[in-house]
Each structure stands twice: as structure tokens, then as C-alpha cells.
Design a protein around this ligand. Sequence first.
Ligand code: ZN
Length: 457
Amino acid sequence: MKIIKNGTLISPQKMLIADIAIQNNKIIEISANINPSDEDEVYDASGCYVFPGFIDGHTHFDMDTGTAHTADDFISGTKAAVVGGTTTIVDFATQEKGQSLKEAYDIWMKKAKDKSSCNYRFHMAITDWNETIKEEMNKMPELGVTSFKMYMAYDSLLSNDAEILACLKKIKEIDGVLGVHCENGTLINELTKEKIAAGETSPGAHPASRPDYVEAEAINRLAYISTLADHPVNIVHLSSLAGLNEIRNARKRNQEITVETCPQYLLLDDHYYNLDNFEGAKYVISPPLRKEKDNKALIQAIVDGEIDTIATDHCSFNFKNDKELGKEDFRKIPNGAPGVEHRPQLIYTYLVEESRIDVMRMCELMSTNPAKRYGMYPEKGALEVGSDADIVIFSPDYEGVITASKQIQNVDYTPFEGFKIKGQAKNVFVNGECVVKDGTIVKENQGTYVFGPRKRV
Ligand SMILES: [Zn+2]
């Protein structure tokens, strides 16, 4: 048995000083004082917060864009996740045109299986909707896939409104979740053409070609599609106040809608695109970074309970060779940035330490809500007897600075270079194994596939 003693246990509703006993991969007891026997392993959590393991509901590991490949695969990506306190990631298995969903699932399973240091699960990104796929959707829950994604932008990935509506109706039948990348791809293509025609080829043209209204319009349209299908949707990586206002409008009409954002949309603004030496390319992500007013509005929305989850959209490309593909033409810069490693520290430092939210809300945004949204609760997302022993002992005393030279993410930069941080995942347990001790990985490859409550191995 393993016993975590004297920690402050966090849930969305309460904080409680208590001990936790772990047997195999489960929490078997929580009480004021658990007396260890000689053979028990004891972990002292005095002065630390004890969270249910953090869940990152939005990562892209081992992904190819056709011209570039992500710097992180499941080996490095999940190591980076777990060292930061993230014990489960939900990655996007992406269907290519002509592929069945099972084929895409098998490809992603092969990328992740026996290589992952944290637990993993997949959203199925659908890029080729048709009658055969519609039929195949019925079988996805048997594979543990209950969440899906569609894109409203990117020519190679996007679905039109009719396809999104049909897919969402099917998802309602199988009681699944649809997350949508909300940006109007047609408008982006047009605005991009204008920029190129005007000779604007630098990273600064990237945010200009996809302004906030392009996100807002897509969110508004999706909200009505959701009403037509009579099934809620999940807005992934919300970036703007304009987009948030459309969510508010939809909710005023009693439309049920959940919202994810990411640290980059809270802590970084669009001045980074003007950096010298092509450094702005490091921040070429979609949706793009916005204005300081957007950062502030989204933080306030988190405080006010309008945002449900914080993920990362980790999609790392090296600056050297990969981002540099777009040196002469911003359209060729692979879109994405790393983030999976530092999310808990960034949110703790800039939201909890700044007294914007408390640790209970942090737990809700980063563990409990994603577990609920993606069908993993209460096995994940909760410190309860019977829950999986995915646990983070988080020390609030640690002080440090984020720097690419020290990160586990296998990428040559971080958009948060030089950011001061407080707090650290001191010990991390995955499936009952202590995999991080004093902030260092001591055991790799302990992650397993998460089926969710419908079925599990
Ligand atoms: Zn993404």
C-alpha cells in the first residue's frame, strides 16, 4: 500500500487535510489519519495541495501536417505532461480523407500504446463525413471513443454546416460530445489572399488574416447548428472576447454549450507577432493570440464560471527547420505551439497566486470538468474511494522560471520563455505508481488507455 499523509486534498467543493491510501491502481481509503505498517510506502504531503491528476483535453502528439511533423510524439509529450502533473491527455486521432474511423483509431493507438508516461484517450477528428462514417459512429463507444471533433477551418480538414449538423445528430444518438474548431475557413482564405496580394508575408499577417470576428461568426453559427441538432457542443480553444460574447448570446437562448480555453489565450497577446528575426513564427497558432483586452476578458470569464475547462492545444513544431518553412510566406509556417508541460504551473502562478481563482476552481477547470465532459468521471477527476490513483502532490513553495533549455517537451522553444512560476508537481502518481519524485520522472511508460466508464480494461 502507498499512503499520502497530511496533504490538503482538493475537490471543486472543498479542501480537506487528510491521508490517502492507494492499493494497486485505486484509492482505497481517505481519512484523517491512516497508520502505515512497515511495508507501506509513505509520501509526506505536509504543506502541499493534493489534486486529482490534471487532465489535458486537447493535445496533438505525433502529428503530420504534410510539410512538418510535430516535435513531440507520445513518448516525449506524455513525459512532459506527467512532469507537470498532467496524468491523462486526450489527443486527437485524425481521420484522413478516405479513411475509416477505425483505421484512424488504430493508427493513433499504435502511436500511443506502450509509449505513454501518462494515461491517454482519443477524440476522433472527423474530416470526411459520409454515410459509411455515419454508420461506423455506432461502433465508436465500444472502442472507448465518445468525443469527436470537427473543423470549420483548414481546407484539408473542414466540414460544412450540413455535415456538422448531420454528425451532431448522430453524436446525440450515441450520447457523445462534439468539440469544434470555430473559425470561418472561407473568410480566412479570402483575408489571407488579400494579405498576400498586399505583399504581407511575415508572421504579423497571420493574426490579421484570422481576426476575432472570424471566430465569433463560427461560434454563432455552430451554436445554431447545435440548437437544430438539439445536442450541446463544446467550443475548443476559445481565444477572443468577440467569441465569448457569442457564447453568452447562445446561453441567453438557453443553448447548452461548454467552453475550453488555453493558457496562451490568457497570458500572451498579439505583440509577439512583431518580434524581430522571424521569432513571431513561434506564436503562429490558430486561433491566433489576441489583444490584452481579450486575455483579461477570458480570465474574468474563468472567474465568473463561463469557461469550463483549460487545456493546452499542445502542437509543437521546432523553430529551426519547421517554423522556418514559412520564412518567406507566413502561410507555410506550421500552426501550433507547445504547452502540455507548463499548464498547471502557469494557471497556479497567474490565476491562483494572483487571487483570481482558488485551488478548488483550478481543480474543477483542469481535472474534474474535463473528466466529466469526456466520460471519465469519477474514475478520473476526483479524489474519492474507488477513483483511479492518478494524483498530484503540488508544492506551492517552488519558485522558478520557464525556459526551453530545461523543458522535457522535445521542442526547441517555449512561448512562455522567461515566465516566472510558483508551484510544482512534486510527486505524481499514475495508475497508483509514483512516476515523478521531487519534480523528476522516476518511472516512464506507466500510462494506459482510458476507456471511460462505459468500458474499461
Ligand atoms: Zn488543436
